[in-house]
Structures are given as structure tokens and as C-alpha cells.
Design a binder for this molecule. Structure first.
Ligand SMILES: [Zn+2]
Length: 72
């Protein structure tokens, strides 16, 4: 029960983060190599079977933060 609660708290925290952040770039596993691409280019990579590793989000103050990718 306690573990479930902390997961819940974490997801609220993540949600708060996401509402303050804008997806800036996406890290994809392209031909066995992790590359950082724009969010528009990410669709192309996903289309040829690449796996999305994480998202780079821009915070309100302009700094970048790497978070698990959540599709917009
Ligand atoms: Zn690719």
C-alpha cells in the first residue's frame, strides 16, 4: 500500500513537471545508436522502427531536463 502511494505521488509530481515543460527534443535508438532529434524528426524514426529512449523537455526558465517520453 505504501509503495502504491509513493508511485501515485511520483506520477502527480511527473504530471506537474510535464505541465510546466514543453517537449523540445527526443532521444531515439537509431541503428543501435542513441541520437537526439527534434520532436518532428522523432516521428520519422519511430516510423522506421526506432525506439524512443526519453524526451528532452524545456522548462519555464529555459533550462532543459531529460524525462521519460510521453507522447503529446
Ligand atoms: Zn532512425
Amino acid at each position: 500500500m505504501k509503495k502504491k502511494l509513493s508511485i501515485f505521488a511520483a506520477s502527480i509530481f511527473m504530471l506537474t513537471l510535464f505541465t510546466q515543460c514543453q517537449l523540445f527534443k527526443v532521444k531515439v535508438l537509431h541503428k543501435g545508436k542513441v541520437i537526439t532529434v527534434s520532436k518532428n524528426a522523432a516521428d520519422t524514426h519511430v516510423a522506421h522502427g526506432d525506439e524512443i529512449i526519453s524526451g528532452i523537455y524545456k522548462q519555464d526558465d529555459g533550462t532543459l531536463i531529460e524525462l521519460p517520453y510521453i507522447p503529446e
